[in-house]
Design a protein around this ligand. Structure first.
Ligand SMILES: *Cc1c(COP(=O)(O)O)cnc(C)c1O
Length: 460
């Protein structure tokens, strides 16, 4: 251990004194004190009190390969010793970024031979926004500026990403969205699709895009952007008819189609990318998270060949980051992606652990009185806490039950996340069937406790 050893109480005190946490009510956190995570291996974390915790969220949906891979840390050390940093701005490149680019072109769907590097999902999204607008400039249609996202979509926390995302509580802080951004409703069947079949609803929800395009004017719309499955919004999985209809509409009105694959990418659904699960072909897609399994910060925008050729035809693209294609991050991402492929980790999610999780997930949660819309694909799954299953009535104070349930899971040393009253899970892709069984056993006990508390408090 390189860090100084202190007691949990000392760490908590120093954290409260000096560290501002993301997406956090600082006063309330400091009252409770943080949980100190000190090390990790496979799908497990350990805290400073010695508790072993199952990480049902792969960190923040990112540690696809699992914790503790010494081969990745060795690659990082070797690369740091050899070439810790050099930029790629001024007619230079380096072996790590070239090798990564070559490998990414191999795992990407056909037609994606180029990548642009960033340090995060948010930067990938901001890069994409600038690239989309630049594309239409070069095409001689500079008035095509507006990007359409979705309410409750998540595209990161930078000004561009937060604008395109549909989290109104983020828009409220900081005068967002920026100009040239519009939103349509999310394809959440459980809430919005009541008198339709899922297939009918998928088409109807996609047509909201057409309505919005006609409202703005197709000559002003640059792109539609969506996560194949909305992650942070609560694992909203659109019906199978949704994405093909979205694609048809984008082609009809000559609008770029962008997939934000920051969560769905690199094996989460059992395919390499979420677009392959749903069977559509975007023009651009953004990635980060699973690209390095979180071992180092790196993101990549996959640019389709038509867009790449257009951007290239336009001369200088005035955009980039000091750490675009950072050698150490690139080397680690390369080792990570190669392992996901060569060790058959993505394939195992598709053929074995994904189907197993989905079957067991439905068996485990299908029977609870206040759990409904039990859903998932590959190793991303969720259920929703509801007041009344028969009428699909949600609880009044959206998010309150989710937080209560999440805290019970946490108390049982299982990390799942509450997105409002959606309880979501996305464990490392290396999870075994036996580990799935153990995890779901703990989860079922936690939901039992949750329902007992509901009854005790007269909430249901
Ligand atoms: C996490 C996430 C982002 C933002 O990524 P950061 O690395 O946190 O900037 C963007 N889009 C999606 C879909 C995400 O899940």
């Amino acid at each position: 251990m390189t860090q100084q050893q202190r007691s949990t109480a000392q760490w908590r005190e120093l954290d409260a004194a000096h560290h501002l946490h993301p997406f956090t009510d600082t006063a309330s956190l400091n009252e409770q004190g943080v949980r100190m995570i000190t090390h990790a291996d496979g799908i497990y974390l350990w805290d400073s009190e010695g508790n072993k915790i199952t990480d049902g969220m792969a960190g923040l949906w990112c540690v696809n390969i699992g914790y503790g891979r010494k081969d990745l840390s060795e690659v990082a050390k070797r690369q740091m010793d050899e070439l810790a940093y050099y930029n790629t701005f001024f007619k230079t490149s380096h072996p790590a970024v070239v090798e990564l680019s070559h490998l990414l072109a191999q795992v990407a769907p056909a037609g994606f031979d180029h990548v642009f590097y960033t340090n995060s999902g948010s930067e990938s999204v901001d890069t994409m926004i600038r690239m989309v607008r630049r594309y239409w400039d070069v095409k001689g249609k500079p008035q095509k500026k507006t990007l359409i996202g979705r309410w409750n979509g998540y595209h990161g926390s930078t000004i561009g990403g937060a604008s395109l995302g549909g989290m109104t509580y983020m828009h409220e802080q900081g005068e967002l969205p920026i100009p040239g951004i519009a939103h349509i409703e999310q394809p959440w069947y459980y809430k919005h699709g009541k008198d339709m079949t899922p297939e009918e609803f998928g088409v109807a929800a996609a047509r909201w895009l057409e309505d919005k395009i006609l409202e703005i004017g197709a000559d002003k719309v640059a792109a539609f952007v969506g996560e194949p499955i909305q992650g942070a919004g609560g694992v909203i999985i659109p019906p199978s008819t949704y994405w093909p209809e979205i694609e048809r509409i984008c082609r009809k009105y000559d609008i770029l189609l962008v997939a934000d694959e920051v969560i769905c990418g690199f094996g989460r659904t059992g395919e390499w990318f979420g677009q392959q699960h749903f069977g559509f072909k975007p023009d651009i897609f953004t990635t980060a998270k699973g690209l390095s399994s979180g071992y180092l910060p790196i993101g990549a925008v996959f640019v389709g060949n038509d867009v790449a050729a257009t951007i290239a035809a336009g001369g200088d693209f005035n955009h980039g980051f000091t750490y675009s294609g950072h050698p150490v991050a690139a080397a680690v991402a390369h080792a990570n992606v190669k392992a996901l492929r060569d060790e058959g980790i993505v394939q195992r999610v598709k053929e074995e652990t994904g189907p197993y999780m989905q079957q067991r997930w439905r068996e485990t949660f299908g029977q609870f009185e206040h759990v409904d819309d039990v859903r998932g694909v590959g190793l991303i799954q969720a259920f929703t806490l509801v007041k009344n299953k028969a009428t699909r009535e949600l609880f009044d104070n959206w998010g309150e039950m989710g937080t209560m349930c999440r805290d019970i899971f946490f108390g049982n040393n299982l990390i799942m996340r509450a997105c409002g009253d959606h309880m979501v899970s996305a464990p490392p892709l290396v999870i075994t069937k036996a580990e799935i069984d153990t995890m779901l056993g703990t989860a079922a006990r936690s939901v039992e406790t949750f329902e007992k508390k509901l009854r005790e408090r007269g909430l249901a």
